[in-house]
Design a protein around this ligand. Structure first.
Ligand SMILES: NC(=O)c1ccc[n+]([C@@H]2O[C@H](COP(=O)([O-])OP(=O)(O)OC[C@H]3O[C@@H](n4cnc5c(N)ncnc54)[C@H](OP(=O)(O)O)[C@@H]3O)[C@@H](O)[C@H]2O)c1
Length: 178
């Protein structure tokens, strides 16, 4: 089974979204998202796995997320999937689908709340890329608590954009399967 990473931005209450949108606009965080999820070896691409609501929350001009294989989780056919976007009917079905593809390098789970819940308790999750945003953005969707077996491996300095302070923190967990 492929290991996978989670990438998320949270406010100080672990909020991640409001009214099916991001409550902040931070170009530095968008750049970090690209820097983490796009690079991989030649001839391959990384995969980004998201819930149907997160897919629908992406502005039309940004979806599918370029340079990555987009996978959308839904229990029913999603009407407006672009060419090349894959759909999976369960979390493990998405992982199995990606496991079978030699052209896929790393797998990133990119949200939202329902999908993060499944990812963080899954045994294949070994990395967490967390953007910690100071302040309460009155979110209506939240990230689960970070399990204690995830250890902080690096943290950036504090950054500031439009008066909002944030920092990047990377966590890892040891897992035993290859
Ligand atoms: N801050 C961040 O980093 C970040 C990142 C991403 C998203 N967000 C925010 O998160 C919010 C959306 O999160 P959300 O929790 O409401 O929705 P979500 O997780 O994006 O999508 C939930 C939907 O995904 C499908 N799904 C999830 N798990 C599935 C499974 N195991 N099998 C089949 N289908 C599955 C279901 O679709 P069906 O109902 O079609 O079956 C479910 O209703 C938005 O506010 C968005 O802006 C924040």
């Amino acid at each position: 089974m492929k290991k996978f990473a989670v990438i998320v931005a949270v406010d100080e209450k672990m909020g991640i979204g409001r009214l099916n949108a991001l409550p902040w606009r931070l170009s530095g965080d968008m750049q970090r998202f690209k820097d983490v999820t796009i690079p991989c070896s030649a001839g391959k691409q990384n995969a980004v796995v998201m819930g149907r609501k997160t897919w629908e929350s992406l502005p039309l001009k940004y979806r599918p997320l370029p340079g990555r294989l987009n996978v959308v989780l839904s229990s029913k056919p999603v009407a407006d999937l672009s060419a090349g976007v894959l759909q999976a009917g369960s979390f493990d079905a998405a992982l199995t689908l990606l496991d079978g593809r030699d052209d896929v390098a790393d797998v990133f789970i990119i949200g939202g709340g329902v999908v993060f819940e499944q990812a963080m308790r899954h045994k294949g999750c070994n990395r967490l890329y967390l953007t910690q945003i100071m302040g309460d953005f009155f979110c209506d969707v939240f990230f689960p608590s970070i399990p204690p077996d995830f250890h902080l491996v690096r943290s950036s300095e504090s950054l500031k954009e439009n008066g909002v302070v944030f920092r990047f923190s990377d966590f890892e967990k040891e897992i035993s399967f290859s």
